[in-house]
Structure formats: structure tokens, C-alpha cells
Ligand binder design. Structure first.
Ligand SMILES: Cc1cc2nc3c(=O)[nH]c(=O)nc-3n(C[C@H](O)[C@H](O)[C@H](O)COP(=O)(O)OP(=O)(O)OC[C@H]3O[C@@H](n4cnc5c(N)ncnc54)[C@H](O)[C@@H]3O)c2cc1C
Length: 226
């Protein structure tokens, strides 16, 4: 059993979503319902680094937030760095048991009638996917722009296409489908809330376009996977 939190989870399924992205389905080891999650929430997951040190890494809950039977996280295997994501890929399998704290949220979704523009870059799709699902569940108006390197590397693409239809636009740079952030923000409804999660370059481009377009800061919510 890894970790110290009060919530005992077990990995109940593992799926390879893209060459470097693996999803882990987590269930309550005691049976019964998991704590409710807000869209945008994450778990702090215990990970043993290659040198033996036990650390935590944050992983957003990508599954439908209305579900109380499972949480699904998706982990990008980083080539560089301390090896936390590599350790998750290599040591987590069906039956792995974890003790974690209940989900926390620093990237909350508005709960009123205003429309939303969702922008995800690469693995930044994880909290955005949960947000899209919550907005769809409540019949809200939204669009999701999802940018990635190539179609094969765009995790959850098939599922999102099925669930969201023409509310989803995928931009694969290998296929020349560049996401024009300035134009996307310019076309958003004037009262839309704008959410973005992805690499620093994408976040910076959203901030810059918002400044240029005079979009109020309180209409923009960002999460960066530091
Ligand atoms: C809110 C949030 C949600 C996230 N969601 C996702 C997600 O859904 N999917 C995903 O793939 N990634 C997600 N991340 C990123 C993830 O938490 C890891 O940063 C990522 O997997 C890389 O970890 P790493 O150990 O491989 O890389 P590293 O870059 O080595 O480490 C990542 C972080 O751990 C810190 N760190 C490095 N070494 C140590 C150490 N010895 N002790 C303590 N801290 C150390 C670093 O400062 C860095 O912030 C999220 C991050 C945040 C903050």
C-alpha cells in the first residue's frame, strides 16, 4: 500500500491511450461510493521514485465528475525529470493499492448559465475533459479546442469525438491544423468563461490574446501542470 491518506484506492483498469499516455482507473478499496468530485479536481498520488524516495505527484481526474464508482487519471510519461511519471507507468498495474487524500480543486468550473470556451494542449486535456463532461451533463453551451502534436498522440480523441460531436475541434500540428488562439478567443461569446490547461507556451498565448482583446481577467481560468 503506497501513501498515507484516508481514502484507499485500487487500480482497477489500465489503458494505453497514446504512445506516452496511460490511463489508470481507480476504485474505492472498501467498496461503495467515492467522494464527490468537482470538475477540474486532482488527486495527489504517491509515487516511489527510482532512488526509493516516496513523493507525491498531482493528477487531474479526467472521468465524468458525476461518476462515484471510479476516478480515471491519465499520466504522460515524461522523458526528463525526476522520474515520477515514469515510475507511475512502470510500477502501477491492476491491483496496485494507494492511500490518498480526497480530491482537491484549484481549477473550478463556474456553475451559472454563462457559456464556456475550453482550450486544452496535450495532457492538459485531463481536467478540461471533466469540465466538458460536466457542461454537457447540464446542457450548457460550450466549445472545446484540443491541440496536440499528432492525431495518434491526442489522448481521449475518439471518446471526446463521440461524446461532444461538433462542440469539439481537434488541432493536430503534424496535420497542419494549428490552433489560432487569438482568433478562437476573438470568436468566443462576449460573456463566455475561458478555461485553458496545457504547456506554458499555450497558457502564455491565451494570456497574451486575452490582453490584446481586452478580455477581463475574471473571465479567464488557467491551470499549468508545474
Ligand atoms: C494540479 C495539477 C494537475 C496535474 N495533472 C496531470 C495530469 O492529469 N496528467 C499528467 O501527466 N500530469 C499532470 N500533472 C503533472 C504531474 O503532477 C507531474 O508533474 C508530472 O507527471 C511530471 O512528474 P515527473 O516526476 O515525471 O517530472 P518532474 O518534472 O521531475 O517533477 C514534477 C514536479 O515534481 C517536483 N519534484 C521533482 N523532484 C522532486 C522531489 N525529489 N521531491 C519533491 N518534488 C519533486 C518538481 O519540482 C516538479 O514540480 C499535474 C500537475 C498539477 C500541479
Amino acid at each position: 500500500m503506497l501513501g498515507k491518506g484516508p481514502l484507499e484506492l485500487m487500480v482497477s483498469a489500465v489503458r494505453q491511450l497514446a504512445p506516452r499516455v496511460r490511463a489508470f482507473e481507480l476504485r474505492n478499496l472498501q467498496g461503495g461510493e467515492l467522494p464527490a468530485v468537482e470538475p477540474g479536481s486532482h488527486l495527489r498520488i504517491p509515487v516511489r521514485l527510482p532512488g526509493g524516495k516516496l513523493v507525491e505527484r498531482h493528477y487531474s481526474i479526467a472521468s465524468n465528475p458525476a461518476r462515484r464508482d471510479i476516478y480515471e487519471i491519465a499520466v504522460l510519461r515524461k522523458k526528463q525529470g525526476s522520474g515520477g511519471s515514469r515510475a507511475v507507468h512502470e510500477s502501477y498495474g491492476i491491483g496496485t493499492r494507494l492511500r490518498v487524500n480526497p480530491p482537491a480543486n484549484h481549477f473550478s468550473l463556474h456553475d451559472d448559465e454563462r457559456p464556456a470556451l475550453l482550450i486544452a494542449g496535450g495532457i492538459g486535456i485531463t481536467p478540461i475533459k471533466a469540465m466538458a463532461r460536466a457542461l454537457a451533463n447540464r446542457g450548457a453551451e460550450f466549445r472545446l479546442h484540443y491541440a496536440g502534436r499528432s492525431r495518434a498522440e491526442i489522448a481521449f480523441r475518439d471518446r471526446l469525438e463521440r461524446q461532444l460531436g461538433d462542440r469539439l475541434q481537434v488541432h493536430s500540428s503534424a496535420e497542419g491544423e494549428r490552433l489560432d488562439i487569438h482568433a478562437t478567443l476573438a470568436m468566443a461569446p462576449r460573456n463566455a468563461l475561458i478555461y485553458a490547461c496545457g504547456p506554458q507556451r499555450l497558457i502564455g498565448a491565451v494570456q497574451q490574446a486575452a490582453r490584446e482583446l481586452g478580455i477581463a481577467r475574471n473571465r479567464i481560468r488557467l491551470e499549468f501542470f508545474s
